[in-house]
Ligand binder design. Structure first.
Ligand code: NAD
Ligand code: TDX
Length: 352
């Protein structure tokens, strides 16, 4: 079996932790290095179950720090980068865009540059895999899907910096010949997601019987995928994806926010043994997100046809598993919602 040394950036975050877990457990012959700055979104508890594995190591570093990244490439014989580290929350990008420019653009360019320097003897056996989002394609009307050929039309500071990072990766491919692959995925949900994102935020608020802040009229549409299915797709593309190509990942699972929220409410009522309808009473319509994209929907047929990927989990099962996980991991939630989270919550939601 082939040995690989894979640098996963952002491996202490939500999706990164699932990617690290899958790779460490499935490929004992690979060395997996998890590089993370441990921002508010990074949490080593997310990978605690693999921390003692012999093929896993953790390095605390900032992807915008070229010297630090060069040193990591000098210490480890890295042949593959899977780049997930990013500032990832749209609402935060509206409040504080410059940190998104720095991490998502400067950070990606820094990693590309350090990899190029380290791989100066030749790119054979090397790969830079960039993990991106469907939000780079902009916002859809009531019909249509994002394909790999859809023009980029990002609208938020978050999505525009992710779009720019995709362009940087393609530039290193076309200009320097670096072997790259990019995947653009729809909204993820599942265990270990930071409770600034819709699903864990609402699960946590329902548990505490706090208001559920629905932006605008709740009619925006998102296409939801269970995070483990995203990690499975990344594993497949890592091994079988064609270099220089882009793959869209999504579960053909569109939900209007308000309908999704009602599913969460019903699931929580059932699991908590509360009277049916009690969680829905917490729904509170609040001022809309600035520039709120109306609809995302991914056409993942290229990935399905070319590499044979399909999501493994039906949505109802995924939501049920997700709710169970958050209810069983109250301590995790308590830890990530103490301190700075309270300030974030007040700034974002008070008087909204
Ligand atoms: P997340 O916010 O949960 O995790 C991001 C991780 O990156 C954290 O561990 C954080 O500490 C780390 N990080 C941030 N800045 C860093 C820096 N300067 N240096 C090193 N590490 C840093 O994000 P997520 O939801 O897991 O998303 C991971 C990736 O997947 C992102 O690139 C995101 O754009 C992309 N993506 C996310 C979704 C989604 O629904 N969450 C969908 C499609 C694509
Ligand atoms: O309190 C809320 N109320 C609300 O109505 C929050 C946090 C969100 N929403 C709405 C906004 C969106 O229409 O719910 C929808 C989902 O919101 P988020 O969970 O913030 O996700 P979104 O903005 O769609 O972006 C996500 O998917 C693509 C991730 O955060 C990105 O990292 C990913 O690239």
């Amino acid at each position: 079996m082939k040995n690989r040394t894979i640098l996963v950036t952002g491996g202490a975050g939500f999706i990164g932790s699932h990617v690290v877990r899958l790779l460490v457990n499935k490929y004992p012959e690979y060395n997996i290095i998890n590089l993370d700055k441990l921002t508010y979104a990074g949490n080593l508890a997310n990978v605690a179950d693999v921390a003692e594995s012999g093929n896993y190591s953790f390095v605390k570093a900032d992807i915008t720090d070229l010297d630090a990244i060069r040193k990591i490439f000098a210490v480890y014989p890295i042949d593959t980068v899977i780049h997930l580290a990013a500032e990832s929350h749209v609402d935060r990008s509206i409040e504080d865009p410059l940190v998104f420019v720095r991490t998502n653009l400067v950070g990606t360019a820094t990693l590309l540059q350090a990899a190029r320097e380290a791989w100066k003897e030749g790119f054979s056996g090397k790969l830079f895999y960039h993990v991106s989002t469907d939000e780079v394609y902009g916002s859809l009307g009531e019909t249509g899907f994002f394909t790999e050929d859809t023009n980029y039309d990002p609208r938020s500071p978050y999505s525009s910096t992710k779009a720019g990072s995709d362009h940087l990766v393609r530039a290193w491919h076309h200009t320097y010949g670096m072997p790259v692959v990019i995947s653009n995925c729809s909204n993820n949900y599942g265990p270990y997601q930071f409770p600034e994102k819709l699903i864990p935020l609402f699960i946590n608020n329902i548990r505490q019987e706090k208001p559920l802040p629905v932006y605008g009229k709740g009619v925006n549409v998102r296409d939801w995928l269970y995070v483990v299915d995203h990690a499975r797709a990344i594993d497949l593309i890592l091994h079988e994806g064609k270099h220089g190509e882009t793959y869209n990942i999504g579960g053909h699972n569109e939900w209007k926010n308000i309908d999704l929220i009602k599913v969460i409410c019903r699931t929580m009522d059932e699991k908590l043994g509360r009277e049916r309808g009690s969680s829905e009473k917490l729904i509170t319509y609040v001022t809309d997100r600035a520039g709120h994209d109306m609809r995302y929907a991914i056409d993942a047929s290229k990935l399905q046809k070319e590499l044979g990927w399909t999501p493994s989990l039906q949505f109802e099962e995924g939501i049920s598993k997700t709710v169970d996980w958050y209810l069983e991991n109250e301590e995790w939630m308590r830890n990530v919602t103490s301190g700075a989270y309270q300030d974030y919550y007040e700034t974002m939601y008070q008087n909204r």
